[in-house]
Design a protein around this ligand. Structure first.
Ligand SMILES: Nc1nc2c(ncn2[C@@H]2O[C@H](COP(=O)(O)OP(=O)(O)OP(=O)(O)O)[C@@H](O)[C@H]2O)c(=O)[nH]1
Ligand SMILES: [Mg+2]
Ligand SMILES: [Zn+2]
Ligand SMILES: [Zn+2]
Length: 235
């Protein structure tokens, strides 16, 4: 249970109190959004289960960007700074946020972490949320877009069981696609159909950090957010 938000424990946190926490978070998120807009930074809230491959994705992204865009990261975990260390080894600025008992990042934690990042010099800020398919989706961080990393080893029905996160996402990355031959009975189409049942909007990209499948598509998706069509430009 998360002592910060009391998520999942209605005995401890009343609905009223929960709403107060969320409205305070929304104010902090709006403030973060001003920082990002002023700095011209595209911020992505990268969510998914523990071990889904969020950090591996960001490592592969850092390697693939090759000077096109500059990326920095904030890594949220209950404990350790392993993920930020991994991303620094991959060549990008990364700051760790240890949430202690909290099972999600909130906007104030992200604001605090911004102090430890260089004030400029990056175009993309990837916020790796705490590994959890539930409450990270509830807390706005000021991001421009939500990304869910769902690995094919987790089972096709996760979008149906954890619909809130999948309802709010702009993109689903189906990762570890290289493991398909080792997963008898697993069909990628089942994952895609489950995502579509919960939310028909998000793009779904099949990806493997080992074979590189899907990385170009993922970078293209990011590029689309970074260079929006000027108003009135389309047809
Ligand atoms: N085969 C395969 N393994 C992968 C892939 N992506 C990640 N992994 C492995 O999955 C494991 C977990 O990856 P991480 O990147 O640490 O996962 P995470 O989502 O950041 O985990 P937490 O931060 O702990 O929630 C590691 O052993 C990775 O090597 C992939 O595309 N294919
Ligand atoms: Mg990680
Ligand atoms: Zn500020
Ligand atoms: Zn929580």
């Amino acid at each position: 249970m998360c002592q910060e938000c009391g998520c999942g424990d209605t005995e401890i946190v009343s609905v009223e109190m929960h709403e107060r926490i969320l409205s305070g978070n929304d104010r902090a998120a709006a403030h973060n959004r001003e920082h990002f807009e002023r700095g011209g930074v595209l911020t992505l809230n990268v969510m998914g289960s523990p071990g889904a491959g969020k950090t591996a994705l960001l490592e592969a992204t850092a390697a693939a960007l090759q000077g096109d865009f500059r990326m920095a990261a904030i890594n949220g975990d209950l404990a350790t700074d392993h993920d930020a260390q991994r991303l620094r080894r991959a060549g990008i600025e990364a700051v760790s946020v240890s949430t202690g008992s909290a099972c999600h990042l909130d906007a104030a934690m992200v604001h605090h972490a911004l102090d430890d990042l260089p004030p400029s010099g990056y175009d993309i800020l990837a916020v790796e949320n705490v590994g959890n398919l539930v409450c990270p989706a509830v807390y706005d961080l000021g991001q421009a877009a939500n990304v869910v990393v769902l690995s094919i080893t987790e089972g096709w029905d996760k979008p149906l069981k954890y619909p809130v996160m999948f309802m709010k996402t702009d993109l689903v990355l189906l990762t570890k696609i290289d493991l398909l031959p080792h997963l008898p009975g697993t069909k990628i189409e089942d994952f895609e159909a489950a995502v579509a049942r919960v939310n028909p909007t998000p793009s779904v990209i099949r990806l493997s950090v080992h074979t590189g499948e899907g990385i170009a598509q993922w970078l293209e998706w990011i590029g689309g957010l970074m260079k929006p069509e000027p108003a009135g430009a389309s047809s």
